[in-house]
Design a protein around this ligand. Structure first.
Ligand code: HEC
Length: 194
């Protein structure tokens, strides 16, 4: 290295008249470089030698488990409070419900609720009960053996509430060529929650 740190050294090679200077690196830069090496040593020790910190995969698993726990708690709370829920009439909630319905439910229930693979959601005849809480329960638990998916864990509680509220607005509408009614549940029972 050159004696004087401020004086660049002219290297002895040359190409087409172009020479190269070996500039000295600024001190601050060199110190940053040493700090990086120190940091890397610490990092290596912390994560890979003494295994004190979680690596990416472990951290991901931890965060996911936490997320699942929060979701399960929210759904549990929602389900235990089911009986007190009533269909929302707020436009924002209904339009959120409509968006969910259009993407996830309409392929089986038809955009107008007239029924396709899934039953008609407009008439007064329901397989799994006619009041709002019955609808919520059917959406949450699904009827997997009959082709109705279980939405618990897929949709968040407020999304289930929104889509059920939206479905509730189908009641009494008369879409063209509806699926024939299902007689199992009989005419609408009074909904004690409304
Ligand atoms: C893959 C097709 C399919 C999709 C997607 C689907 N359903 Fe269903 N759904 C069904 C079927 C089939 C039934 C009838 C189940 C039975 O016969 O017991 C049903 C039943 C229902 C019922 C009860 C109807 C009654 O008569 O009691 C509700 C409410 C319902 N679905 C809501 C929804 C909602 C909300 C979504 C979207 C989040 C959805 N479904 C998505 C197929 C589907």
């Amino acid at each position: 290295m050159n004696k004087n740190p401020n004086e660049p050294k002219l290297l002895d090679h040359e190409a087409d008249g172009i020479k190269e200077l070996d500039n000295n690196l600024p001190r601050w830069w060199v110190w940053m470089f040493y700090l990086c090496i120190l940091y890397a040593a610490g990092y290596l020790g912390y994560y890979h030698v003494f295994n004190m910190g979680d690596l990416q995969a472990a951290e991901y698993a931890k965060e996911s488990a936490l997320g699942e726990k929060i979701k399960a708690e929210a759904i549990g709370k929602f389900e235990s409070g089911l009986a007190t829920l009533t269909p929302s009439k707020e436009l924002a909630v209904l339009s959120e419900g409509q968006a969910t319905y259009t993407t996830l439910c309409a392929p089986c229930h038809r955009p107008d609720g007239g029924g396709l693979v899934g039953p008609n959601l407009c008439d007064d005849y329901w397989i799994h009960g006619t009041n709002y809480v019955d609808i919520l329960k059917t959406i949450i638990n699904g009827v997997p053996e009959k082709g109705m998916l279980t939405w618990r864990g897929v949709l968040k509680p407020n999304e289930i509430q929104a889509v059920a509220s939206y479905i509730h607005t189908f009641r009494g509408t008369t879409p063209p060529n509806p699926k024939p009614r299902e007689d199992q549940a009989g005419p609408e029972k009074p909904n004690i929650f409304e």
